[in-house]
Design a protein around this ligand. Sequence first.
Ligand code: BDP
Length: 711
Amino acid sequence: ETGIDAWLRYAPLTGSSVVHSALPNNVVVLNSSQGSPVYTAGQELHNGIKSIFDKSTRVCYSKETKSALVVGTVAEYEKVYGALQNVPELAPDGFWLDTTGFNIQIVGQDERGALYGAFEYLSMLAQGNFTKVAYATNPAGNIRWVNQWDNMDGSIERGYGGASIFFANGTVVSDLTRAAQYARLLASVRINAVVINNVNANSTTLSAENIQGVSRIADVMRPYGVQVGLSLDFASPTEGVQNPVVHNLTTYDPLDESVVQWWTNITDNIYSIIPDFAGYLVKADSEGQAGPLVYNRTLAQGANLFAKTLEPYGGTLMYRAFVYNLLNESNWTEDRAKAAVDFFQPLDGQFMDNTVIQIKYGPIDFQVREPTSPLFASLRETNAAIELEVAQEYLGQQCHLVYLPPLWKTVLDFDLQVDNESSVVRNIISGQRFNRPLGGSAAVVNTMLTNNVRLGSNLAMSNLYAYGRLAWDATQEPEPVLQDWIRLTFGLHPRILSTITQMSMESWPAYLNYSGNLGIQTLTDILYTHFGPNPASQELNGYGQWTRADSLSVGMDRTCSNGTCYSGQYPPKVYEMYESIETTPDDLILWFHHVNWTHVLHSGKTVIQHFYDSHYSGAATAQTFVTQLASLSGLIDSERYNEMMYRQLYQAGHSIVWRDSVNDYYYNMTLIPDDHGRVGHHPWRIEAEAMALDGYRISGVALNETASNKS
Ligand code: BDP
């Protein structure tokens, strides 16, 4: 198997003949127009049941007297069958699934809901779950988006498995088969929109030719209820966009009338071609991107420029909070972690209602552990969504198994205690806590073409699956969600279930242990690749020097009493917890405090010994992934097994590189010996310097990058 079908394999179920005969022979689809999500739902039900049970159902588009699987919207259902009884209230995209009656009812509040219900029912069947159920489910937030960072030339920023499925050579590719398959996967986990191009956007996306191309993408995604959105380059009006609806300007000042007209024309043009266009995503004034600050306009003025053009069409503007400009922190009182609140809090209430501020889960950038972004507590009159990253940029880039939901849950379940009232992040982004009309989640996914696998690795697909599940309902626990994915992806064998559960649930703690524990951030190369150990690069980083490590001490003082006062951005109770070393949890101690290496943690260990031990234990856990996976040999098809084993072997080795590189680096810096005598002594290792090699070329590596004795 190539993995192309991911969790939608609908593998044959053996020993299910009883159920097979109990399933209705008819699928009644209440919408016969091809391309509508309800029509798609009918096809999925027919194909899924055929594939799982080898049973052919008859698909019909009108009422049946025999028992049937009925799928449609509430309105469609009631027109044909009369009022639905005892169905709880459904929100947009919500659905009702009832398998207890004469007919099996799969009824969506809207078309999308009906399709989601069909996928839900098939997911049950594919997992051999034949319990009788009758329930309604509604989404926690209306924004359940994914972001692709695809470039127009077909490359993908922070993409780790090949080329774009959308773009090549500056235009939209002609074969959109993969885009349709991607939409199907997304719909099955209830994702409702994709932003298809990089947040570091290229204005050529807005050319007449490319908007036509985007409309072809929208066409192949529409049958799955997935809308398409675009990232914008703020400076586009000055960049010679080839589209007859606009001409080039000399300014992109958001308050300039000609600029307003320019964007109005572009938006009108897009909606005339793609009437269900989702909206825009804007990264402005960040990492070299143009923005309103260039003209001394506020970020809200910049955002409202786009929001106004989208408003007549019901489009949404996602405006990113990832804005910072604090370079050269030579006095060490500046702190990039403070930037988002500094920029956005004063603007609360100034954004239009169709605007959502898209906030990375932590205040820096997708690190292996970060405290919850305090911006979630600071926007009461502005819509907010959380930004997660499925792509695993700092988290092993899919060469390491890291099941992410346990990390995400540290933020989604965090109580910010605004006004001393329960203010859990998942209830803020759902709009519930501050009574906001829009909110939810976005995840950077960066799905691509290589190896027929949608992400770089088969095991990494659990993160995409779980992202969708949590975007719908963030109260769910990571483990049962994972287990649904395992059964759908690899079948029902109990050993597969227990083994992949164990590996996945241990994976984030393991990676955390060897890549950046105690809240020190991920000690990867921070300057370029974001992969592999390079603690030295953290000290060169002009934005933060986040580790602030020297021979005596480590960590960044972010308290108000002595440091950057980042802690002061939290509501009082949370602030008090982080302000004091005594009440700061060990796992964020180095994020908030600068302490001696010999500081004793709540655990009773010193900081340095904790470093040494956790790097050893994290790498040791990664070794077990190889043996755990090996125990599944013969139970999983060889193609996927081999691909997974290849990566686990790599991770096992690379985790040791991580361990020794980080430990040796701090041992050399502090000269504090490891209680267990391991660090700095690697008698079993064959150093590169000791080898006789030929046919190689010398290239420079950064200090410690090789974990070599001589570095
Ligand atoms: C960082 C990535 C960079 C992105 C940026 C962003 O390294 O490639 O452009 O985030 O989110 O993590 O805009």
